[in-house]
Each structure stands twice: as C-alpha cells, then as structure tokens.
Design a protein around this ligand. Sequence first.
Ligand code: NAD
Length: 441
Amino acid sequence: MSSDRTSELYEKSLELHRFYRGKIEMVPKVPISYELFALWYTPGVAEPARVCGSDPSQSFYLCNRWNTVAIISDGTRVLGLGKLGPEGALPVMEGKALLFKYLGGVDAIPIVVRERDLDKLVYIVKALEPSFGGINLEDIESPKCFDLLERLRQELDIPVWHDDQQGTALVTLAGLINALKLVGKKLSDISVAIIGAGAAGIAIARYLMVAGVKPGNIYVVDSKGILHRDRPDLKSGDPKLKWKRWVAERTNAEGRTGGIPEAMKGVDVVIGVSRPGPGVIKKEWIKLMNDNPIVFAEANPVPEIWPWEAKEAGARVVATGRSDFPNQINNSLGFPAVFRGALTVFARKITDEMCIAAAYALASYAEEKGLSEDYIIPTMEETEAYVREAIAVAEKAMEQGVARRKVSRSELEREVRELIERPKKYLRLAVESGVVAQLPK
Ligand code: NAD
C-alpha cells in the first residue's frame, strides 16, 4: 500500500469514527410492550433470577450469556503500534466486536482495562466470568499473553482465546493444508522455517506439531537467530523466555544455528510472522529452499517479502496478511466461526483439536470451490465457509465432551446458519430504513 493511500485511509477512518461515534450498539432481541416489561424486568424477572441463583448453569439458558464474549485488552500491543493504553485499544476492540457480530453472529463486548499486571489481569477476567460465554484476549504483549492465556484456560469454565496466537495459527494452518495439496506434499514430511517467535510464531509452531509436522523439522527464528536448546539466552532460565525454551526443546532436531537464511535452507515452507518488510526475507534465500517453495509472509501492514519478489525467486504458492493480494491469511476467517461453534454448544473450552477441525473445514471448503495458486483459502465474503467451520468446531466440542449442550447435526446447522445470517439481514433492514445512517457524502 503506498503511503499516500495509507494516510488517505487513516483520515477517512477518523472522519467516520467521529461521525458514527462508535461502531456497535446493543439492541433488544425480544418484542416489547409496557405490559411485557413486567416479564422482562421486575416483578417477573425475579423468577429467572432465583433459578439462575440456585443453579448458575441456567444463566446459559435464561440469559444472553451463552452468546456473549468479552474482548479483553490492556492496550500493551495495539496492532503494530505498541503500548497505546486501554483507550488507544478501544477503537480496535470495537472493530473486533463488529467482526464478531457481522461474521459470526456473536455479541462481543469490548472491555479495555487500566491494568497490566499478570496476576491482576487473571483476577479481573475471572471475576467477569459469570457474565460471559467466552473470553477473547486481544493485543496483549508477549510473553505475558502466553501466561495469561494458559492460566485463564486452566481456571475458567468457559472458552478463552488469544486471537494473535490461536487465530493466526488456525488460519495459517488452513492455508498451508491447501498449499501443500497444490505441491503434492504432506504435513508429516515437510520442514518449515517460522520467522518470528512472538505470539503468532510460537502458536503456529505448536499447531503445526499438533497437526502432524515433525517437531524436529521446524526451525523458529527470532531477532537473535534460530532457536536451539544451547542458545545461551534460552539456557539462562529467564522466566520471560519460558515459551521460547519450550519451542527450542522440541524443534530444530539438527541443532541448526544462524539466522533466517540458515533456517530457510532446504525447507519446504517459510512462514513470516516477524516485523513489517519488505526485505526481512530476501529473494536469494527463497532460492535456498526445497522444490516448489511455499512462502507465507504475514507481517502487517507490509509482508516480509513482496509477493511478486517471492514469485520471481521461484515460490510456487505465496500468501500474505493483506486483502489486496491473493491468499489473505486473515484472522477474521477464524475467530467468528470458532466462537460461533463453541458458543452454540455452550462449550467449556476451545481445544487445540477444535481449532485443527476448524482449519480443515476452511481448507476443505476452499478445495471444493477449486484450488489454485491464487486461491488456497476462502475470503471473508464466503459466508458458507463460516457455517461449515462453526459446525466442525461444535461437533468436535461435543465429541470431546467439552460441550454443555448436545444438538443434532441438523439442528446445529440450522442454528449456526441462522445466527450467522441474522446480523446481515438485520443490518440490511436497518440501513434501508435509515435507522443506521448511510455513510456521509
Ligand atoms: P510479536 O511482537 O509477539 O513477535 C514478533 C517476533 O518477531 C519476535 O519474536 C521478534 O524477535 C521477531 N522478529 C522481529 N524482527 C525479526 C527479524 N528481523 N528476524 C527474525 N525475527 C524477528 O508479534 P506477533 O503478534 O507474533 O506478530 C508478528 C507479525 O505477524 C506482525 O507483523 C503481525 O502484524 C503479523 N501477524 C499477521 C497476522 C495475519 O495477517 N493473519 C496475524 C498475526 C500476526
């Protein structure tokens, strides 16, 4: 994107945010009359209140809790912009809530907190649990985000998700499954270089292992070079490096040392989740890769290498994080449907297997439409892909015993489709009738 175009987008975005004063609002979902208020509110509501008080699990059946997610951010890593603070995070979290609703039919509430301490964040989110069916952590700095996710996943009885980790890994895996089909290779046979060992890189390494890539065939690189168990900083016992140590202990069976080119030598796939390029991955390093190289350069807003450069260097399939190039690895293909599936069956967790099922559902949807080097993954407009993904997630939750609610396949499909289509229908009506204002001229 040229800097002119970027500054034009910034200016327009600010103008529209000022005009609408926010992007989401709450609306009633029940018919209303003044008589009915005696049922929706006092005195009638005392009875559902008593029922939920004596059996808290009823709050999933009698309230909107089952479909409500908290988007929690401490504002410590807002987009690529760093520590903008909670207010700085708020426009982003509202945008996330918009995507949750529009793409997944999920009611998501942005909650930005003036707190950065890990223990206190755990305390705050735990205290909020009774209001929500799920928690989405967002734009929280690493390595705190790893510990926060792990602790909350253990301590809460509702799904907890960190999109920068699981969301990115899920969508990357979906794209990779199809890219491999195009080049005739299998997950169990490939070797992969992952450039970046932050929230995204570590989660991608973990999911690739769960999906069948041999851990020893993965090489993860951070700004200090390839992770390996003898690297002095990783041997130091620094608790901040716990997660990188976890990766170093499992990956890189050869004990490779060096930087990005050494990691890319002879591998089938390179996945960039490091810092904005271009120039982080160089053309000559792609030439060091195995035949039919697959290059995912996911850094935003500018990929580690421009797609045309990667192609010129011999890459067979190229994906980026951007919508203006083919094969967008976009988290918005993951979280709305994953939560749609998990919330529909009142899941207690989102397991790795549920995410892998989501990745395969996305991949097979694209495959049915017809794979090509420029189409390895669905786009955000393909609503049916979300339906299929959500069903796969819900079915896996029921199979693994983490769903509170059991539903038949046909009931699941009907509910999921209705919930995913509902906000689109609603918004069409609201805009047509002028309840939601048209864009200003
Ligand atoms: P992070 O800050 O947690 O991690 C960044 C990692 O990259 C660190 O380990 C750092 O050491 C490493 N790094 C930085 N420069 C490097 C270099 N020159 N060589 C090797 N390693 C280097 O960030 P994150 O949340 O993991 O995101 C990383 C990047 O991936 C960002 O650009 C982000 O926009 C992008 N991303 C894209 C998508 C997507 O498009 N779907 C999703 C998530 C993240």
